[in-house]
Design a protein around this ligand. Structure first.
Ligand code: TXA
Ligand code: MG
Length: 307
């Protein structure tokens, strides 16, 4: 896709209708929110979520924020404690993201949470994002719409400079009003933890141990409970082999060697391998190109010796 294939449409009914059509067809769309522009995709569609990572060129899978139209839908996805309900009632819609235990069977692709058992939820206040949520009628995964390693975009022009040619549509509603990413708070058994300071000041200290700037380093990130061997072509007798391309394995990330499909299935496959009978997991080689870089990053973490 060349940059001229990325359309910029001014916010309005036509832009929202086009954005909804693209989202339902599995493409990511850049949308304004009151904080920064986000790159939105259907949170239930693993391939669409993989396309977000592909467009951003992210070398690792960070868990993404899921945008909802309000508390009722949010409660179907996550388990809220009293403190989280009070925060949502006070600050939603608005620039507050809540990290909560995900409900079993919540219709959210495992790539969205990067295999974690928590989910980040936010009900945005911006009318464009709210219109899109109403038009598609489902939760939208959306990280900030910047290329990996670049600062978050607060104007459609910033999105175009970073992602032009990589996404089909940017909905332009001018500069965002807050210009700073949402405040992120986790509700844990030990109380509320501020994971990222932002526009809403809750008077909580920033949690030092697991600052989300480097979430890939979090000990809480999903790692299978079995030893993992990488670059495997043939399974040993005690191994469950996750295949890719020509390596069939017991189950395959993508028989056709499609990296988008492989990314969308990665965490499901690791869970499946963990639940399988063989005591060890092996994984076929994944090419170190495109989304393969992020897949290999995650696999290396899964294979790293644990203390
Ligand atoms: O204002 C915002 O929050 C914007 C707009 C688009 O909504 N979004 C945004 O998303 O800043 P992103 O992906 O750039 O940042 C989300 C942060 C990441 O650092 C990620 O690690 C963290 O949220 N996060 C998501 N799910 C998490 C979870 N289950 N546990 C801990 N951190 C989580
Ligand atoms: Mg970001």
């Amino acid at each position: 896709m060349s940059p001229q294939n990325t359309r910029i449409l001014p916010y309005g009914p036509a832009a929202i209708a086009e954005a909804a059509k693209l989202i339902l067809s599995g493409a990511p769309v850049a949308m304004p929110t009151e904080t920064v522009y986000g790159l939105a995709a259907d949170a239930a569609d693993g391939n669409a979520v993989a396309r977000i990572y592909e467009a951003k060129g992210r070398p690792a899978f960070n868990p993404l924020i899921v945008h909802v139209d309000g508390l009722a839908l949010a409660k179907t996805l996550a388990r809220f404690g009293d403190a989280a309900i009070a925060l949502a009632e006070r600050h939603w819609p608005g620039p507050l993201t809540l990290v909560l235990p995900i409900r079993d069977g919540a219709p959210v692709a495992s790539l969205v949470t990067a295999g974690l058992d928590t989910i980040a939820l936010r009900a945005p206040a911006h009318p464009a994002m709210r219109d899109l949520l109403a038009a598609v009628g489902r939760p939208l995964a959306a990280p900030s719409a910047n290329a990996s390693g670049r600062i978050s975009p607060t104007r459609a022009e910033h999105v175009f400079a970073g992602l032009g040619g990589r996404i089909p549509l940017i909905v332009d509603a001018g500069p965002t009003s807050l210009g700073l990413e949402s405040t992120i708070v986790a509700e844990t058994g030990a109380g509320l933890k501020l994971l990222r300071p932002g526009p809403i000041d809750l008077g909580l200290p920033v949690a030092a141990a697991d600052r989300i700037q480097a979430p890939g380093q979090l000990a809480s990130h999903y790692a299978p409970a079995k030893p993992v061997r990488l670059d495997a072509i043939v399974a040993e007798p005690d191994e469950w082999l996750i295949g890719f391309g020509p390596v069939a394995g017991h189950a395959s990330l993508s028989g056709s060697g499609d990296l988008i499909e492989a990314a969308s299935r990665l965490f499901d496959m690791l869970h499946e391998a963990e639940a399988a009978l063989p005591p060890r997991i092996a994984v076929a080689p994944i090419p170190q190109i495109g989304l393969g870089v992020a897949i290999n990053d995650r696999l290396k973490r899964a294979a790293a010796p644990r203390s």
